[in-house]
Design a protein around this ligand. Structure first.
Ligand code: FEO
Length: 387
């Protein structure tokens, strides 16, 4: 597949994977992208995940048609992209590795005994590399998503190789029924979400460039109206809600807290709330719940008191939110306890360090919903739909 006349796709699709990074469910598989820029000098952009060495080297060979690559550009050292630097150097020992200084340190740690000798070129921000017709400019992108990351801009074809940024879950050989946004959003908040300030810094750095295509290390090459994708990245990384909707995330041991959460969700829908999404944190994908928590303006946490604290699945969810600097949202809490309800207190303490979180309401259920609780939930639905 060609990206432009001179830029070719050499990535692989992974349908064997169960959990990406050993934690994210990827029902549509995963793509590890790699690219080849053909010119007087040839550059390969990133390697792939370890399982696909032969397929990847075979694709590169086909694209090269007997020629040899001059450069291997290493944008990111996480092993889903860097795993085959050693294999590449065995195949093409004369190729010069281009990476940031920090990436070279990581290469030393990941590939013990690999001696690059003078076949290395250290790139800093705005370092350029001439391939002939193509001139590349590197932009450092620390913490998007590791500290050594850089992006590569092809000034000739106006292609931005964006490392992990603008990536999504899902292999490239299956159609994603939800389009790009949903799995890109789940990827962003799951993996890059903590680093909003760094993403903002990179967006500013790249703001003046004319970009016609974005070639990420995961997911499809983006073309057409790029303002849609860049706009979403700007919203996500500035921690602004994307929709006015309500995410209701609950845990329930014997079903009573779940019943209250469903009651609230139905009340919200009856009041015409459009984007209401209910998650059972013990059973649903917690990263999808995280994605919706960041997407929507309002979040309701409903949980059981457990060991004088909160139920484990809710604790994990709150940890995921706080680690990523959840902010600028409205929150309501529903706690349940049979003799000493504590969950609301623990949740309040967990979120008190977060910025601009407005707690709209706290409702306490004793074992099962009372008629008074039903009234409180109706009032909460009124408040959430009026906001
Ligand atoms: Fe796709 Fe941060 O690795």
């Amino acid at each position: 597949m060609s990206v432009t006349n001179d830029i070719f796709y050499a990535g692989v699709n992974d349908h064997q994977i169960d959990l990406f990074e050993s934690q994210f469910p990827v029902p549509l598989g995963m793509a590890y992208n790699s690219y080849v820029i053909m010119d007087e000098k040839i550059a390969v952009v990133d390697t792939i995940e370890a399982k696909f060495t032969q397929e990847w080297l075979g694709s590169i060979k086909k694209i090269l048609q007997g020629r040899k690559p001059d450069y291997l550009i290493v944008q990111h050292m996480e092993p889903d992209h860097s795993a085959r630097i050693g294999a590449f150097k065995e195949e093409y020992p004369d190729a010069v590795v281009v990476a940031t200084a920090q990436a070279f340190k990581m290469i030393g740690n990941y590939f013990r005994g690999l001696d690059l000798g003078d076949k290395k070129l250290t790139a800093g921000n705005e370092t350029t590399l001439e391939l002939g017709r193509h001139k590349l400019v590197f932009y450092t992108a620390p913490m998007v998503h590791w500290p050594e990351v850089m992006m590569t801009y092809d000034t000739t074809d106006k292609v931005l190789f964006s490392a992990d940024a603008f990536g999504k879950f899902g292999a490239n050989d299956v159609e994603d029924p939800e389009g790009w946004d949903c799995e890109a959003r789940r990827y962003y908040f799951g993996i890059v979400g903590k680093f909003g300030a760094q993403v903002q810094a990179v967006l500013k750095k790249l703001g003046a460039l004319e970009i016609r295509q974005i070639a990420s290390l995961h997911g499809p090459v983006l073309s057409g109206d790029l303002s849609h994708y860049i706009g979403l990245y700007d919203t996500w990384s500035s921690y602004r809600p994307e929709k006015q909707g309500v995410t209701v995330a609950y845990t329930s041991v014997y079903g009573n807290t779940g019943k209250a959460a469903r009651f609230l969700a139905e009340e919200l829908e009856n009041k015409g709330c459009k984007d209401v999404r209910l998650f059972d944190l013990s059973r649903d994908d917690v990263y999808e719940a995280l994605e919706y928590a960041f997407m929507n303006e309002k979040l309701v946490l409903a949980t059981t008191t457990y060991n004088n604290g909160i139920f484990p699945a809710m604790k994990k969810f709150i940890d995921l939110l706080t680690e990523r600097g959840y902010k600028n949202r409205k929150l309501a809490i529903i706690e349940n306890g049979s003799w000493g309800p504590m969950a609301a207190k623990v949740i309040r303490t967990s979120v008190e360090g977060l910025q601009n979180i407005e707690i709209l309401d706290t409702i306490t259920i004793l074992s099962s919903m009372s008629s008074e609780n039903e009234e409180q939930l109706r009032a909460l639905a009124e408040k959430l739909s009026a906001e």
